[in-house]
Design a protein around this ligand. Structure first.
Ligand SMILES: [Zn+2]
Length: 205
């Protein structure tokens, strides 16, 4: 960690405590999204960088995003599923690390642009069964190939079926999707939200 980063982290820890986010971000928990399964891959080495990018396995989003996810979780529960979160608010430092590992503008936002994930309005999701076991889907997380796109003719039928259940629940709650990643969703009015920087949350670099 560079010294200039410590300068703001120490007063932050003293005043508000580790991990306390900017007030515009709210931690996602089973209390506000019932049944949610947090599988925050960027808090582990199980991601495309091979490094843990977050100090804690905590997901933060705008309250409006959480409200909509609550509706998604309820709808999924009725169908015997639970919502999995792979990533939520993403600081610029994580975006840079991802870009270094995979500098491909087709799949990732270059560091020169603001990722939708930095606004707290975007979320990467998947499905688990009612016991929290993560289910096979059309592709792995951040598996950037044809299996990840909307054309599910090249993946097992069961996986395609689950991705469609997830999509229907996300769309009916007010999210929009993207063609190349079945797991990525945004608030439809994401562009109206400001990005939120990591210095306000105390994330590890
Ligand atoms: Zn995403």
């Amino acid at each position: 960690m560079e010294f200039r980063n410590l300068i703001w982290i120490f007063p932050l820890l003293a005043s508000v405590g580790l991990g306390t986010p900017d007030e515009r971000l709210v931690e996602v928990t089973p209390e506000n999204v019932p049944g949610v399964v947090l599988d925050l891959r960027y808090a582990t080495t199980n991601n495309l960088t091979g490094k843990a990018l977050y100090p804690e396995a905590k997901a933060y989003l705008r309250m409006e995003t959480i409200r909509k996810l609550r509706r998604v979780a309820r709808e999924l529960e009725e169908e015997g599923y639970r919502l999995v979160i792979w990533d939520a608010w993403r600081p610029a430092s994580a975006q840079r690390a991802l870009w270094q590992a995979k500098p491909d503008g087709k799949f990732l936002t270059p560091p020169s642009k603001i990722s939708r994930h930095r606004r707290g309005t975007s979320v990467d999701v998947s499905l688990a069964d009612k016991n929290g076991k993560i289910l096979p889907m059309p592709s792995g997380f951040d598996e950037f190939n044809a299996k990840a796109d909307e054309d599910f003719s090249d993946v097992p039928k069961e996986a395609a079926h689950r991705a469609r259940i997830l999509r229907r629940a996300m769309f009916s709650a007010g999210f929009s999707g993207v063609p190349d990643e079945w797991w990525h969703y945004d608030l439809r009015d994401w562009v109206d939200y400001e990005p939120i920087e990591e210095k306000e949350i105390g994330i590890r670099r």
